[in-house]
Structures are given as structure tokens and as C-alpha cells.
Design a protein around this ligand. Sequence first.
Ligand code: UDP
Length: 386
Amino acid sequence: MKTDILIIGAGISGAVLAERYASIGKKVLILEKRNHIGGNCFDFVDDNGILVSKYGAHLFHTQEEDVWKYVNRFGDWYDWEHKVIAKVDGQLVPIPVNITTVNKIFDLDLSTQQEMKDWLEKNRSAIEDPQNGKEAVLDKVGPVLYEKMFRHYTKKQWDKFPEELDASVLNRIPVRTNFDDRYFSDKYQALPKGGYTKIFENILSHPNIHVELNTDYFDVKDKINGYEKLFYTGPIDRFFEFKYSLEEKLEYRSINFVSETVDKDFYQENSVVNYPGMEVDFTRIIEYKHFGDQKADKTTIVKEYTVDTGEPYYPVPNEKNRAIYNKYKEEAEALVDIYFVGRLANYKYFNMDQAFKNALDLFKSLEGKPKRKRITRYEKTGIQKV
Ligand code: UDP
């Protein structure tokens, strides 16, 4: 096997780098362990005729103009402002917490931003510079909502309580002092018409790109006899053959997706319903038929159970894992012409747009044209202005 650019993994990072390198005339070989492209964005039409995601719902949202422009080159997108509702005390309430959430849970009748701000001021436990997920939530919404909406959901999701995680994990969820019930507030929020897999097919459709599916890099690496650069997008510890001891193993969370067909038009009123309580052990139910207003006789629902073994989906952001990751990072940085890109290789909880952005930026930093040195009039003419 010989190529200019070798890429391990056909998810967002791998696909973007492949496309960028192909566009400057490089031959690119992608090795993908799974039997499909698209990484965890992979979607397909299931037996009920519904477009579903194999690895959980993927909601695209970004503030980055360059990322938005880039993804639009590979397919049409429709506006989708994602909403999530959570089942709390038997009622469905919006998450992120907004005025409606507080009104429903506490049986109140707040109606203005000022009333909501006053309520939060009275109920939150102000904490200067929150150091972990628990402090972050207490600081924003106080102990009652923490208990009802965040504590157990987080335990189910991470097998850790919020105090065992970085504040950044829980800070992904804002608090709203109005009635805005969108999950994200980014300028661009959209889903690809016809699904993500098509977008990946288009990104990878270039004569210079060759994708080998069902090929684990670690099984074939001795047969590879040359490349200019290697981009690795898998788990960083696997690249170094899990060099550090088991006690200091990097943690990942995986999800067990349990799919069911329901012989009804719709099962639930929204695409995603979270279950933050202890009454069930799944975290959420996704009903894919809601995305893009799909038509089918039946509906498909998927319950998500987060587990610690299986495909690695989420890095677990906390101090312990950061310290282990930093050791691998040091090893990675010492390698020449090998780059670690994406959620698993950088051990970072990236959103999709951040994955696009990092891959685009990495390409630019490696291959961007060197800035032309400005030639002064003196250098040009030899005449110095006085
Ligand atoms: N979270 C929670 N309750 C919810 C939703 C989220 O406690 O109803 C917490 C939980 O710790 C979760 C984190 O907020 O892991 C981030 O949620 P997000 O929806 O961003 O997670 P993802 O969609 O990436 O799984």
C-alpha cells in the first residue's frame, strides 16, 4: 500500500482532510474499520422507511461562517431548530430550562424576563468560578432543578455524578430567561436533506480519494510502505497500544441503542424526549420520524442506554483523564508527519461543527500558502525614501 496521504477513519475529520488533500492533487487513502463511511453521523433508511442515525441523533449547529459554507458545498440543508423536552415529575418540560420549565415544575405563572431573573436569583446557589458540573448547575439554576433535571441524567450518561466531571460538560446546557425553547442558539441550525451519509459520499467523491472499508489500520499497518502524512482519527490510546497501565486507562462512554417499531403514526410529541429521573435507566428516546417531517405508516423509536464498554463515543472530561491524555499527547507531538485529529484522537467532546473546523484549520495550517513577504519600495528599487 502506498499513498501520499494516509487517513485512519472516515468520519468528519478524516473525510474533510481527504477532500482538502485531494483538492490539491494528493492521492489519499482512507482506512475505515467499519463497513461504512460517515463515522458516528452515519444514517440510513430503516425497515419502516424512516431515515435513522445508527449512532444517535446528530444535530448540526454552528456560528462559523466557513464551516457553514463548507458543508453547503456537499448537499442541501433544511432549517432545523432542534428542541428537546424532558419528562420531569410526569410532565413534559423544555430543556434548556426556560420560563415554561419553571412555570410547569413549580406551578408558577412567570411571564417576563425580569420575573425569571428574579426567580433564578432567589433559587440559584451563586458559586464563584464553578469547578465542576455540579457547581456549574447549582450556580445557574439551584438545587431543586439540579436534582430533578441534571443529577441522575448525568449519572446515567457518564456513570459519574456531575461533581466528578468538568464544569464544561454541564455548561453545554444554557439557562434561558425567556420562552426560547431551542436547544441551541447558533446562527446556523440545519439538517442535511436526505441525510448525513449522502453528504459524506459527496465529500469523498473525488478521483484522488480511495476508501477501504472493513479495514483496521492496526491489522495492515506493516503492509503500508510510505506516505507523506498520516492523519489518525481513532482513540489516541489505541494508537499507542494502550501504553499506560489499566488504573490510568483513558475512559470512554459508549451507547447501547435499542430500536423499536411502534405501530402508530407518532410515539411521542417531539424528536427527543429526555428522561432525567431514576424511574427508567435509559437517558432519552429519539423518534426519527420527526426530523424532516418524514412520512411512514409506523414509527421507529430508539432508547439510549449509556454504557462503559463498546464503541467509544464520548471522552469523559475530568482532571484524571486529562492528565492521562496529556501523556499521550506528548507522545503524539513527538511523532513526525503523524497528526491526531477529531473527538477520539484529541480526547475532546467536540460538536460536529468543531470537528469540521479543526480539520479545515489543520489543513490550512499545514498546507496554507506561506504569506508573501511584503517587498518594500527600497528592496524593489534600492532607493530609500527619506
Ligand atoms: N444533561 C442533563 N440533563 C439533560 C440533558 C443534559 O443533566 O436533560 C447534562 C448531561 O450531563 C449531559 C450534558 O448535560 O451529558 C450535555 O448534554 P448534551 O445534550 O450536550 O449531550 P449530548 O447530546 O452530546 O449527548
